[in-house]
Ligand binder design. Structure first.
Ligand code: GRF
Length: 190
């Protein structure tokens, strides 16, 4: 089996990246993390990647004159590394239309809500305020519209009466860590 080569994009903690990494440790998993890219050189997840002997790159926006230049540097690294699938995992920067179109069928994200509900930030707080009984997470293709691309897979989580944004986030994160690796496996097996 030729394993598919993943690029995982992070900005911080990187717990979804770690969940993907754990899944790839099984020889039957159809993908491997080839590179990790961050827009934040202090992202904790970069250390995790380096400890796992994965090539890790930080591209800080402030080091480039324009968004296009920043993305051009990232694109060069992706294309040099023969990447099959780009997985955004807590990557906090919006990608341009040029970028999303270039990788239209090979660029996915995990979002902590049941899209199309609660696009954007603070999803757990908004789900509680809206009185949602069911919340969850979504893996979707990335298009130019933030959190608006085609939905690939979702996992549901009940909202409990005494939930705070933090307790709900923790319960959703457990599902994210299962949904993202399993969805990537399905995409890479096809
Ligand atoms: C996750 O909740 C993910 O759904 C969202 O950002 C968070 C990233 O967490 N896009 P981590 O960096 O993977 O721990």
């Amino acid at each position: 089996m030729q394993r598919k080569r993943l690029a995982v994009f992070i900005s911080g903690r990187g717990s979804n990246m770690e969940a993907i990494l754990r899944a790839t440790q099984d020889d039957s998993y159809p993908a491997e993390i080839a590179i990790v890219i961050s827009d934040n050189e202090d992202a904790v997840g970069l250390e995790t990647a380096v400890d796992a002997d994965i090539a890790a790159f930080a591209f800080e926006r402030k080091d480039y004159a324009s968004k296009a230049d920043h993305e051009a540097a990232i694109i060069e690294t992706i294309d040099e590394n023969n990447i099959d699938l780009i997985c955004l995992a807590g990557y906090m920067r919006l990608l341009s239309g040029d970028f999303t179109q270039r990788y239209a069928n090979t660029l996915i994200n995990i979002h902590p809500s049941l899209l199309p509900k609660h696009k954007g930030l603070d999803t757990h707080e908004r789900a509680i305020k809206a009185g949602d009984k069911i919340h969850g997470c979504t893996v979707h293709y990335v298009s130019e519209e933030m959190d608006g691309g085609e939905i690939i897979a979702q996992a549901e989580v009940p909202v409990l009466n005494d939930d705070t944004p933090d307790t709900l986030a923790a319960r959703v994160l457990v599902e994210e860590h299962k949904l993202y690796p399993s969805t990537i496996a399905k995409l890479c097996a096809d």
